[in-house]
Design a binder for this molecule. Structure first.
Ligand SMILES: Nc1ncnc2c1ncn2[C@@H]1O[C@H](COP(=O)(O)OP(=O)(O)OP(=O)(O)O)[C@@H](O)[C@H]1O
Ligand SMILES: [Mg+2]
Length: 315
């Protein structure tokens, strides 16, 4: 995959405080790349540096082969930013807001009109084109905020928590739109506190904490850095006088089983994550005359990975 963005050894200080501390990562062309980290981790600061909204102390940032310091004006033109704080002009209507932001990237005349129309349609606000932000709901403002960031067809779209405060339907719409933008050729950097969104749309994820790099990879790669086991739960019906210890001892000795235990009517096996076929375990349980009422297999999720790597919860 061609590299589209490269951040190398980035350092950003606010006075004595180091908000981004030697951060490096790269994003491939047409990738949806997630930045995950708790409040204050340095996500917005990193995004603001990439879009040249704030300066930085050390390191380098290259976008589409351009250095964001040396080729600042050219680099800015290929980037679209959807900021965490909604940035709209209250006295301009939806269409005028989109046109204002798109005109900053040099669009004018017919091209500007059609770009604004297309962006409003894209976020599902065509019928609100003449409405001013102050009359819009929070979710509509979020969607308008997105339209303003993408109207000029940027190659790199940076979205900082674009779904905060939107309802489930708007969220689905926004997540679907991000996938469509990628299909049209865009590269996307995405932050969110909603773990399921990141799991759903991001190809790779970088976890940062206290401005520092913690880990990076696909969801599966991140999971395997902290655990190579998964949990199998088999529901059954066990009489109170049933000799469970015998069954536990037998299951514990089976290949790929690390731990076996029983919790009321549930047999819980911790097994190697690579094990895909559960027939052997089922056969042994059935041999003991126990019914199989249900089976679930649980791997770690990103939240578990985050806690394992940073020692804290995301929120
Ligand atoms: N303009 C500023 N002046 C001083 N400190 C700042 C400034 N902007 C951010 N910071 C500090 O830098 C750190 C990183 O902030 P940043 O906004 O990048 O975090 P974040 O990961 O985006 O957090 P959140 O999830 O809350 O949006 C925080 O400790 C914050 O207080
Ligand atoms: Mg932020």
């Amino acid at each position: 995959m061609k590299e589209f963005l490269s951040v190398k050894n980035l350092v950003k200080n606010y006075g004595d405080f180091c908000a981004v501390d030697d951060l490096s990562f790269s994003v491939g062309e047409r990738e949806i790349f997630g930045l995950l980290g708790p409040n204050g981790a340095g996500k917005s600061t990193t995004m603001n540096v990439i879009t040249s909204l704030c300066d930085f102390g050390k390191g380098s940032v290259m976008v589409d082969g351009m250095d964001i310091v040396k080729d600042k004006e050219k680099a800015r033109r290929v980037i679209g930013m959807v900021p965490q704080e909604i940035a709209l002009y209250p006295f301009l209507n939806a269409e005028e807001n989109v046109k204002f932001f798109a005109s900053l990237y040099g669009l004018k005349g017919k091209e500007l009109n059609s770009a604004a129309r297309e962006a409003l349609e894209f976020v599902g606000l065509s019928d609100r084109a003449k409405m001013k932000p102050k009359k819009m709901s929070g979710g509509m403002k979020r969607r308008l905020n997105i339209a303003c960031g993408i109207a000029h067809h940027p190659k790199l779209i940076i979205m900082d928590e674009p779904t905060v405060g939107v309802d489930a339907q708007s969220r689905e719409h926004i997540l679907g739109s991000i996938k469509t933008l990628r299909e049209r050729g865009a590269t996307v950097i995405y932050t969110s506190h909603y773990m399921n969104e990141v799991e759903d749309i991001c190809d790779r994820i970088a976890i940062i904490d206290h401005g520092r790099f913690v880990a990076c990879g696909t969801e599966q790669e991140l999971i395997s850095t902290v655990s190579d086991s998964k949990v199998l739960k088999i529901s059954t019906e066990i009489r109170s006088d049933y000799p469970v210890n015998e069954l536990i001892a037998e299951l514990s000795g089976l290949p790929d089983v690390r731990k076996a235990r029983i919790d009321e009517n549930e047999i819980i096996l911790e097994i190697n994550a690579s094990r895909k076929d559960f027939t052997l375990f089922i056969e042994h349980i059935q041999k003991h005359g126990l019914p199989i009422c249900g089976i679930t297999s649980e791997s770690m999720n990103l939240e578990d990975v985050f806690i394992a790597l940073t020692g804290r919860e995301l929120r």
